[in-house]
Design a protein around this ligand. Structure first.
Ligand code: SF4
Ligand code: SF4
Length: 304
């Protein structure tokens, strides 16, 4: 049965941080979390969104002319979109000569995506790479994802799934049967702080990680390490203790140091990027995180 097509907001070639070898990473739109530091704010919504970059705008007014709904207005500060009137049709983006206006989110069929994936097979074969399904949250599109994973599996393409772990346990276990590797995010062990900074409780995520570990699938735990948020000894000790006690093969851990490359993305969506409580962790803290894991018999590293 053909599954409903989710929206994809990016397809990244030659990725080297999303699993082994050279990878093609496919980013789904839609996420049940809203992490304050999110590097992909365009991934949160399931819907197509209009992005506007003021610095690229040459003030030509082509977008205003193209809009049939009088939703696109040119003022002194650049383009303003009337959200009530905007139908997110994309005509303004098509008309824009400078890519100041773009649309984020496009649907693809499984066949279309497989066409794109198959072109990368020579790179996968040479490098031991494959395809990584990321987001957003791929678990929000499980039936479609399963079709894709199955199609990749038929061609012996290595398949990784990058997840927040926040989804139905039955979906996660079904996906584990079709995936070769999970990149599983762990952020904060304290439930209240997890809710405060991501919008959701972490109990489902921790339960799902246990369930996933039981399947025996290869898991790499990914920890976005953020000074002032989760780089304290208590959080890291709790995390290492939890991971060391998981059933099945021992996951590895990767600490991904916080960076603020997303700060330019938020204004494009008309949003504010508030990371005032967060900072890049120092090398000592990164080393401490790796050492704490080693004390628990875990293999950890810095970077993806
Ligand atoms: S997306 Fe369509 S409706 Fe919205 S501002 Fe652009 S042209 Fe107008
Ligand atoms: S078409 Fe593009 S460059 Fe021209 S006014 Fe609109 S956003 Fe600016």
């Amino acid at each position: 049965m053909t599954q409903p097509q989710p929206l994809i907001f990016d397809i990244k070639r030659y990725s080297i941080n999303d699993g082994p070898g050279i990878r093609l990473t496919i980013f789904f739109k839609g996420c049940p979390l809203s992490c304050r530091w999110c590097h992909n704010p365009e991934s949160l919504s399931m819907r197509t969104q209009k992005l506007y970059t003021r610095s690229k705008c040459i003030g030509c007014g082509e977008c205003v002319k193209a809009c049939q709904n009088q939703a696109c207005l040119l003022g002194k500060g650049g383009i303003v979109t009337d959200a009530e009137r905007c139908q997110v049709c994309g005509a303004c983006a098509e008309a824009c000569p400078s890519l100041a206006t773009e649309m984020s989110g496009r649907s693809y069929s499984v066949a279309e995506l497989m066409g794109i994936i198959e072109k990368e097979i020579p790179f996968f074969d040479q490098s031991g790479g494959g395809v990584t399904f990321s987001g957003g949250e791929p678990l929000m599109h499980t039936p479609f994802l399963l079709e894709l994973l199955n199609a990749c599996g038929e061609q012996q393409i290595h398949r990784a799934v990058d997840t927040s772990g926040y989804g139905k346990t039955t979906d996660l276990v079904a996906i584990a049967e079709q995936a070769d590797l999970f990149l599983f995010d762990l952020k904060l062990m304290d439930a209240e702080r997890h809710r405060e900074f991501t919008g959701v409780d972490n109990s489902l995520i921790l339960d799902n990680l246990k369930a996933l570990a039981t399947t025996g699938v290869q898991i790499e735990i990914r920890v976005p390490l953020i000074a002032g948020l989760n780089d304290d000894r208590q959080n890291l000790e709790q995390m290492a203790t939890f991971v060391a006690q998981l059933p099945g093969p021992r996951p590895t851990l990767s600490f991904l140091p916080f960076h603020n490359i997303a700060e330019n993305k938020y204004p494009k969506l008309g949003q504010i990027y508030d990371v005032s409580e967060m900072a890049v962790p120092g090398t000592e803290r990164l080393q401490q995180a790796v050492d704490i894991c080693a004390d628990h018999g875990l293999i950890a590293s810095v970077g993806g």
